[in-house]
Design a protein around this ligand. Structure first.
Ligand code: F6P
Length: 549
């Protein structure tokens, strides 16, 4: 029993039932499941908004899904979901509400935190963002010298970078192509250097995105960016026209020298990795315009409503979360691949890495005790078809089980034309072929029948039985992007709820930050750093030697 009165997950009868069921299915191949049910290909699907989600190529039966749903019921996933939507402080280690869903709530919604309806504040900021975005897009907002802003650089890291950077790439074809929009995150000065080296400071707007406004990478890059600007424009008052801030911390923003009139606010109940539809999305809004941004928010909201109201059997985030648990906890899968067949989703998996791994990379349960079950998997992947020529070999014929999500679109973006547009069918032929090959493989007999010499038959045989989800939509629009992101947000929620971990804190990133601060003087001044281990001490001394210090 847990301190919170909940039976430990791995002692629940629903857990034991799943473990037993897994044994019973051990020799069942996906081929058997498809042979036994002619309608599986159209039966194991969900249509949610614009997303057609096919989960037929999973190692599950109706019984598996029923047992998984029972686990979700036993772990009170829907009760925690309702508490989240109500604004209760379910982020227990930080005593905070978890209300990214309020960021896309309609104007007339009422969602209270500590007795205050937060929805009017959300819309006030969205309106302010829209006004500013329009000014930049129209040229009404000019730089210090009166020149039009042509370049927008978002400086932020983690949740203050990955979301807008991913979405900007995803929605490139909806962007104002006369604007150059770049994202700087790495404290490696090369990042800022490459982003600014060909730009005119007089035409450049910096958006400093940081929830806390204390993150060392962001403040360092912002300080260097200010120097770059002032070196060129020579007047400290230029900051007012070239720097805006996105933050929850007005005091620190003012301390940095940015007028809080040029600050776009969000709140502590928005987690960094859940924040790109808040003020953190300003760079994206400038790029695609407020209307497209609002379409994206509508997409998020569509999935929020679905997650909140759909029954368990038809609830897509619940299903995806439970499928992940099936492999993670009952098949010992260590990782999960997300493979978008869209060049525009090139940053999507990187975005999900933070969303999933910072949320569910935890070994302590909500009651403070060590978990005795696996939690979040390693999330990885790159857009098809590039991955096919790199690591798919391992997915097809390696020794590891790697469940994968394939995401594809029926139509290429409108902008593509002629030959380039025609390539889309080939891209999608690969998309469909891969999940087929992964599921059904190729038997030794089939290989032999092709005249392959006996000694090569084992090498050319594919076992199949590799599980995949296929998510198909008509086109990658702002709304569809919002739907996809919300789907994964809530999937992560479901998994964290079942694993009984706090998916909304991130204490695991703190230690490295503290140690970096401690080590820095050793690099720069050769200062004695007490408590350095022998390996790090030797490395630091080698580094200083190489730098000629
Ligand atoms: O990586 C830790 C983290 O706190 C993330 O959760 C967050 O998205 C990122 O740093 C950036 O934080 P901030 O927006 O406060 O600069």
């Amino acid at each position: 029993m847990n301190a919170d009165g909940r039976t430990r997950l791995n002692q629940m009868p629903e857990w034991t039932a799943l473990a037993k069921h897994r044994e019973e299915l051990a020799d069942t191949h996906l081929k058997d499941l498809f042979a036994a049910d002619q309608r599986r290909g159209i039966g194991y699907v969900l249509q949610v908004g614009d997303l057609y989600i096919d989960y037929s190529k999973h190692l599950v039966t109706d019984e598996t899904l029923r047992l998984l749903r029972e686990l979700a019921a036993a772990t009170d996933v829907f009760a925690l979901r309702d508490a989240m939507f109500r604004g209760e402080k379910i982020n227990i280690t930080e005593n905070r509400a978890v209300l990214h869903t309020a960021l896309r709530a309609p104007r007339d919604a009422v969602i209270e935190v500590d007795g205050e309806n937060v929805v009017p504040k959300v819309h006030a900021v969205l309106d302010k963002m829209a006004g500013f975005a329009e000014q930049v897009r129209s040229g009404a907002w000019t730089g210090h010298t009166g020149k039009r802003i042509k370049n927008v650089i978002n400086i932020g890291i983690g949740g203050s970078d990955l979301g807008p950077a991913m979405a900007y790439e995803a929605l490139r074809s909806f962007t104002d192509r006369t604007l150059t929009v770049r994202f700087v995150s790495n404290v490696d000065g090369a990042d800022l250097h490459e982003a600014t080296r060909d730009l005119d400071p007089a035409e450049t707007l910096f958006i400093i995105a940081s929830k806390t406004f204390t993150t060392i990478e962001t403040i360092t890059n912002a300080t260097s960016a200010r120097t770059w600007l002032l070196d060129a424009l020579g007047d400290a008052s230029a900051v007012a026209k070239h720097f805006v801030a996105l933050s929850t911390n007005a005091e620190k923003v003012a301390g940095f020298g940015i007028d809080t009139a040029n600050m776009f606010e969000f709140w502590d109940w928005v987690g960094g990795r859940y924040s790109y539809d808040s003020a953190i999305g300003l760079s994206l809004m400038i790029a695609i315009g407020p209307d497209r941004f609002r379409e994206m928010l509508d997409g998020f909201r569509l999935i929020d409503d679905h997650f909140r109201t759909a029954p368990a059997e038809a609830n897509a985030p619940l299903l995806m979360g439970l499928l992940g648990i099936w492999y993670d906890n009952f098949h010992d899968a260590q990782s999960h691949a997300v493979l978008p067949y869209s060049h525009y989703l090139s940053r999507f998996t990187a975005y999900l890495q933070q969303l999933e791994m910072e949320s569910n990379g935890k070994h302590v349960a909500r009651d403070g005790r060590q978990v005795e079950w696996q939690t979040g998997p390693v999330v990885w992947g790159t857009p098809g078809t590039n991955g096919q020529h790199a690591y798919y070999q391992l997915i097809h014929q390696g020794t590891k089980l790697i469940p994968a999500d394939f995401i594809g679109f029926a139509e290429p973006v409108a902008e593509l034309s002629g030959e380039v547009r025609a390539q889309h069918d080939l891209l999608m032929a690969n998309f469909f072929a891969q999940t087929q090959a992964l599921a059904f493989g190729k038997t030794a007999d089939e290989v032999r029948a092709e005249g392959v010499p006996d000694e090569l038959v084992p090498h050319k045989t594919f076992q199949g039985n590799r599980p995949t989800t296929t998510i198909l939509a008509r086109a990658l629009t702002p709304s569809v992007l919002g739907q996809l992101v919300a789907l994964y947000e809530h999937k992560v929620f479901v998994q964290g709820a079942v694993w009984n971990i706090d998916s909304f804190d991130q204490w695991g990133v703190e230690l490295g930050k503290v140690l970096a601060k401690r080590v820095e003087p050793a690099l720069t001044e050769g200062a004695e750093v007490p408590g350095l281990d022998a390996s790090t001490e030797a490395l630091v001394s080698r580094y200083r030697q190489l730098r000629g210090r």
